[in-house]
Write a protein that binds this ligand. Structure first.
Ligand SMILES: NC(=O)C1=CN([C@@H]2O[C@H](COP(=O)(O)OP(=O)(O)OC[C@H]3O[C@@H](n4cnc5c(N)ncnc54)[C@H](OP(=O)(O)O)[C@@H]3O)[C@@H](O)[C@H]2O)C=CC1
Ligand SMILES: O=C(O)[C@@H]1CCC=N1
Length: 274
């Protein structure tokens, strides 16, 4: 790759995460002519081309032979086959980036040529609107420059943290899967409004604005969530009565157990591929 330019990027897999990354990388300055996506499902390939104006290729091998960075955005179970397809075509300097949950850098390194730089990324779907939270970690042959190159490509996805690989399962459980927990709670709060007699559209608007406002307040003040919760809770008032019920129904324990289950599933996904 030419220093200071994002270089040529190939993306294998044009699904939910592949598309989120394509959009963000174009915004980060990758030239539309330097981005190619390989997606076997014809309808999805057409969707990617028309939505982003990028070329769709039918062969992962061809894509791999012409890029500086190869992003693997396929499901963990499809990785072995994809790596088999691209192995011989990859230039030794090409950085291989994977967003697959669970699967460690060593898995790729074992299947690719010696010293192939591998970078793992765990993004999340709010990357689609530039509000994502991602973590990256480097494989055995990825240098700080490779990591920086990938961070530059991800710059428009939102927050990007660098973590040691041992923390990637925890990241997956908190921010990778996290948007689903938030949507679950958002839906529950809107449903509560309907239970109490509000029209559904108003209940949904109020619940959504409450989530957005609460997060904005925490970010702007930098105060601990407990302090902000206490500020809502007037003595003898409605909030303390409500929060007591969240405790009685084990909502906090449920969130912790959910994250543990995601962490465990991430480990299983890695074991299933080996
Ligand atoms: N969705 C999310 O929120 C997140 C996902 N991830 C990770 O991203 C990866 C992709 O997930 P997601 O985008 O949700 O999944 P999707 O199923 O939406 O996308 C994967 C795409 O890859 C395609 N594909 C399968 N095999 C090949 C191949 N040999 N060559 C090219 N493309 C292929 C699939 O086609 P087909 O459907 O025809 O098989 C599908 O269109 C996973 O590894 C996941 O762990 C990480 C963080 C968050
Ligand atoms: O559910 C999954 O396995 C992927 C990884 C994190 C979010 N979605």
């Amino acid at each position: 790759m030419i220093s200071g330019t994002p270089g040529r990027v190939g993306v294998i897999g044009g699904g939910v995460m592949g598309q989120a990354l394509v959009g963000a990388m174009l915004e980060a300055g990758v030239d539309v002519d330097d981005l190619v996506v390989c997606e076997p499902a014809a309808a999805r390939a057409t969707e990617v081309s028309s939505r982003f104006g990028v070329r769709a290729a039918d062969s992962a091998r061809k894509v791999a032979s012409r890029c500086d960075v190869l992003v693997l955005a396929v499901k963990p179970a499809d990785l072995d086959q994809v790596l088999g397809e691209v192995r011989e075509a990859l230039d030794p300097g090409t950085v291989v980036v994977s967003v697959a949950a669970g699967v460690p850098c060593a898995f790729y390194e074992r299947r690719l040529a010696d010293a192939t730089p591998v970078v793992r990324v765990m993004p999340n779907t709010p990357a689609l609107v530039g509000q994502g939270a991602s973590a990256v970690c480097a494989g055995a042959h990825a240098t700080p420059e490779h990591l920086e190159q990938v961070r530059t490509l991800l710059a428009r996805t939102g927050l990007v943290l660098t973590v040691p690989e041992k923390h990637m399962d925890a990241v997956t459980a908190v921010s990778g899967s996290g948007p689903a927990y938030v949507f679950y709670l958002l839906d529950a709060l809107a449903e509560a409004g309907v239970l109490l007699g509000l029209p559904r559209d108003q209940a949904t608007q109020l619940a959504t604005a409450t989530f957005r406002g609460a997060v904005a307040l925490q970010e702007e003040t930098g105060e601990h969530p407990v302090v902000l919760r206490e500020r809502v809770s007037s003595p003898g008032g409605t909030t303390v009565a409500a929060v007591r019920q969240l405790d009685v129904h084990g909502v906090r324990a449920g969130v912790l157990a959910a994250a543990e289950a995601a962490r465990d599933r991430s480990r299983e996904l890695a074991a299933e591929q080996d």
